[in-house]
Design a protein around this ligand. Structure first.
Ligand SMILES: [Zn+2]
Length: 151
């Protein structure tokens, strides 16, 4: 189970649309609990792929390290990553699984069709490096109170 606030959910879908036809990517910070992960902060990252950025993504290693340090300073963890699939379903690819190394983290994928975000799904990485798999998991979008309550 991945819990994510409406604002962060909107942000990662916005990024998916904004980056079209390239893949977007980013890192999710938050807390790990018995019943899954809760996102507290979404960090947008640059997709540094120069060869095939419409079908692949890479986050600069320095950005992952910086995100890890930021998480620690907040008493949190890296709880997941997100990216988009321009004109492809919101299902992980073989490459996504091969390149995933953060166990018990969520990998959120948003499908973008013709520049519009459609389906967003989340998969948790389970197992070990030798025998790993993605399990589709439930996403709970948390309602957030408006910043300015109505008068
Ligand atoms: Zn992918």
């Amino acid at each position: 189970m991945l819990r994510i606030g409406q604002a962060d959910y909107t942000l990662l879908r916005w990024e998916a649309e904004r980056s079209y036809p390239r893949e977007c990517c980013g890192i999710l910070l938050g807390t790990m609990g018995m019943n899954g992960r809760t996102v507290n902060l979404t960090l947008t990252c640059d997709n540094v792929r120069t060869d095939d950025a419409q079908r692949r993504y890479s986050i600069r290693p320095e950005q992952v390290i910086a995100a890890f340090k930021l998480a620690r300073s907040r008493g949190e963890n890296i709880v997941g990553f997100y990216h988009s699939h321009p004109d492809h379903p919101a299902h992980y690819s073989k490459t996504d699984l091969i390149e995933a190394h953060w166990f018990d983290c969520s990998y959120v994928i948003t499908s973008v069709e013709q520049g519009r975000a459609t389906v967003t799904e989340s998969f948790v990485l389970l197992g070990t490096e030798e025998a790993k798999s993605f399990d589709q998991e439930e996403m709970e979008i948390l309602d957030q109170r408006p910043l300015h309550p109505p008068l």
